[in-house]
Design a binder for this molecule. Structure first.
Ligand code: ZEM
Length: 286
């Protein structure tokens, strides 16, 4: 039996469940990274609402948001871990799973601290509409990410997560993967943004995305309008070019920005203990 607060065995069990031969590209990793991101990406700095603390996606108001379609798969993958380590909060489990998945898929080792609680303060529930809409452009990206406290460089670094996973017609309505090996974390997404010819394609459901018809690539790759927007804005483009040519800098910047993402709304003391006491009910730090 592991002790409450000992995350090492939890990390090991998350790493083991990533292998899912029947699911998508054979890995639960990408959808777990998306779960961590959507759990945290509701944060609004001005009102100090949203964020990973509270794991609000367990409830219909947030879990049923069309922006979160498909993330029930990620939550179901993690249920056996929650059952084995009942002391871990969902808020910690979802963010930790994202960090473990990134590492296991060849990405950087992202610092992670526990202590989030599953206490939901109804007055701090995020309204729907706080997550980005892929059909929009650069202004929308700034509007959404500045609200969380991220700048242009951080927006581009975070977008590099689209090196992982794919779009599903029954979830977002978009279709396909960004790169040929969507379960390997790298800077390929940035290199392809620059090196391939992206052509607009209208899907049967009316959504527009960008696809590449390069004869050398065996599968059709895709980009969302928000991905292409990064190449149409000088300030964003500077970082796309940087991350395309310098994988080490991308990994270092992604590490910083992802750990900032999963800490949004959380205040800690010098030893890492969470101080926002209104969120302390129900956590294992009682
Ligand atoms: Zn995503 N993302 N995302 N993203 N994302 C999808 C899939 C994944 C946007 C977006 O609309 C979409 C970030 C930022 C942004 C991942 C990680 C991160 C999908 C496809 C869409 C439509 C969903 C589907 O159909 O299953 C937009 C507009 C973003 C603004 C920049 C950030 C930040 C991320 C993490 C740091 C990941 C890993 C996936 C793949 C999920 C999967 O199931 O394979």
């Amino acid at each position: 039996m592991s002790k409450a607060g000992d995350f090492a065995p939890v990390r090991q069990d998350i790493a083991k469940l990533l292998h899912q031969p029947e699911y998508d590209d054979g890995s639960a990793g990408p959808v777990l990274v998306r779960l961590a991101w959507h759990s945290a990406g509701t944060y609004d700095a001005e009102t100090d609402t949203g964020g990973s603390n509270g794991a609000g996606m367990r409830y219909e108001a947030e879990g049923g948001d069309p922006a979160n379609a498909g993330l029930q798969h990620a939550r179901v993958f993690l249920e056996p871990v929650k059952a084995k380590y009942p002391w871990i909060t969902y808020a910690d489990l979802w963010t930790l799973a994202g960090v473990v998945a990134i590492k296991e898929m060849g990405g950087p080792d992202i610092p992670w601290l526990g202590g989030r609680t599953d206490y939901v303060d109804d007055s701090k529930l995020p309204p729907r509409g706080r997550l980005p809409d892929a059909a929009q452009g650069g202004d929308h990206l700034r509007w959404i990410f500045n609200r969380m406290g991220f700048n242009d460089q951080e927006i581009v670094a975070l977008s590099g997560a689209h090196n992982l996973g794919r779009c599903h017609s029954d979830r977002s309505g978009f279709e396909g993967a960004w790169v040929n090996n969507p379960t390997r974390f790298s800077n390929q997404y940035f290199r392809l943004l620059l090196s391939l010819q992206w052509k607009k394609k209208t899907l049967a459901n009316g959504l527009e995305q960008f696809v590449n018809y390069d004869e050398d690539s065996e599968t059709e790759l895709m980009m969302l309008p928000t991905d292409i927007a990064l190449t149409q804005d000088k300030a964003f483009m500077k970082y796309v070019e940087l991350y395309a040519r310098d994988k080490e800098t991308f990994f270092a910047d992604f590490t910083k920005v992802f750990s900032k993402l999963i800490e949004l709304g959380i205040v800690r003391d010098g030893e890492g203990k969470i101080l926002n006491t209104d969120n302390q009910k129900g956590g294992y730090h009682s």
